[in-house]
Design a protein around this ligand. Structure first.
Ligand SMILES: *Cc1c(COP(=O)(O)O)cnc(C)c1O
Length: 384
């Protein structure tokens, strides 16, 4: 099958990022690779074997379909943890597959207990508690009820974890709230411990918390964006800077390169409009290359007249509107561009680089969104 573009995923870059994270957290905490959103666009099927080769054998997903995909992509020793959506009726199946899952309300807890009884295998659960994120998690007022249910049904439950999630550790303005959350999580941990209940692991930290709040590293860190080579925000990077070695000021490396090729050329004269409508009017004679990637492939319309690509190591600006399947770029300044020449949409060519961040306009969180919008149909190739 021919596709109009492809994504290369660097195993070496992932190894480097994991080595850096390991250097921060020390040998003890487990690293869980967060692979929701098709591994932040990198492809679950590609990322799981790369992670396993880097010594990461724990994976966190949002949903049960992703968890099944992790199992299918794994060499067999992976621990898989669903942090979000599953259907209660599939719990027996998940238990048989050995998939762990978050429990954050009484309905799911009851369903897990019933399913474990029916299947005859313990449900491997993580109790998520509400510390201030206000999305999912048992409230402080529910702790006694949860304790009683866990105690009464102990034979049916393997208590894999006690966990929570922080509300924006990547931004200093949220840090008072994060500190409150850390205290509340400690209260929950104390409460269960004082009542004789132990969990295999406590975990709370995402990438930003792992970097900025070492006290949240606990027994396991859930690493998403940093594993893929991005700082959660520019602010996180600024706050980390003093702790980074001067010889290696940016230890995180992007895994992803997005490539395509020149499909065709068009010469236009002064005053000609390019593509639909009047999005771009040529100020002079120009040579355009037509590139077979558009918004249906994840190259956003917001990049109309703004985006840049690399051809022959030089930046070539997008002219006109990003179409469903194609863009036009200005190649007037190139010596001898040819059909089939490599085009870099994200990545390095020569001395230049198109970063994922350059796709961003204003929001610092755009990395996450841009990556997860890369359609799963684009072929992904593992490179070293
Ligand atoms: C997405 C997510 C993470 C990982 O967040 P990053 O900022 O990408 O490291 C961790 N925990 C939970 C519950 C998440 O939803």
């Amino acid at each position: 099958m021919h596709h109009t573009s492809r994504l290369e995923i660097s195993a070496a870059a992932y190894r480097q990022n994991i080595t850096f994270i390991r250097s921060l957290i020390g040998p003890k905490p487990t690293i869980s690779a967060v692979v929701k959103g098709n591994a932040y666009g990198h492809g679950i099927a590609q990322l799981v074997p790369i992670a396993e080769k880097s010594g990461v054998n724990h994976f966190s997903t949002f949903s049960s379909d992703e968890a099944r995909e992790v199992l299918a992509s794994s060499s067999g020793k992976a621990e898989v943890m669903i942090m979000g959506m599953l259907h209660l009726e599939e719990i027996p199946d998940l238990i048989r597959l050995g998939i762990q899952f978050y429990v954050f309300d009484l309905e799911r807890l009851e369903a897990a207990i019933q399913a474990a009884k029916a299947v005859g295998i313990q449900a491997q659960i993580h109790i998520e508690v509400e510390t201030g994120f206000h999305r999912t998690g048992f409230d402080w007022e529910e702790r006694q009820r949860v304790l009683e249910l866990l105690r009464k049904n102990a034979p049916f439950l393997e208590l894999k974890g006690l966990c929570t999630h922080f509300a924006g550790a990547e931004s200093a303005q949220n840090h008072p709230r994060i500190r409150q959350q850390i205290l509340r999580f400690g209260d929950f941990a104390d409460f269960f411990r004082e009542n004789g209940l132990t969990f295999e692991r406590s975990h709370a930290a995402c990438s930003a918390a792992t970097l900025l709040f070492p006290e949240t590293q606990l027994d396991l860190v859930r690493i998403g964006i940093a594993g893929y080579g991005f700082w959660p925000t520019r602010e996180t990077f600024q706050m980390m800077k003093s702790r980074l070695s001067p010889d290696n000021p940016n230890p995180l490396r992007r895994l992803l390169t997005w490539k395509t090729q020149i499909m065709s050329f068009k010469k236009i004269g002064q005053g000609d409009f390019v593509g639909y409508g009047k999005g771009f009017e040529a100020p002079e004679e120009m040579s355009l290359a037509i590139i077979p990637v558009g918004y249906s492939h994840g190259y956003g319309r917001n990049l109309s007249n703004i985006g840049k690509v690399l051809i022959s190591g030089a930046f070539c600006p997008v002219v006109g509107i990003v179409n469903m399947n194609a863009i036009a770029v200005d190649v007037s300044h190139l010596a001898d561009p040819k059909q089939g020449d490599e085009v870099i949409l994200i990545g390095n060519q020569g001395d230049n680089e198109i970063t994922v961040g350059s796709f961003a306009e204003t929001s610092d969180l755009i990395n996450y969104e841009m990556l997860t919008r890369l359609p799963s149909q684009i072929p992904r190739l593992i490179v070293d």
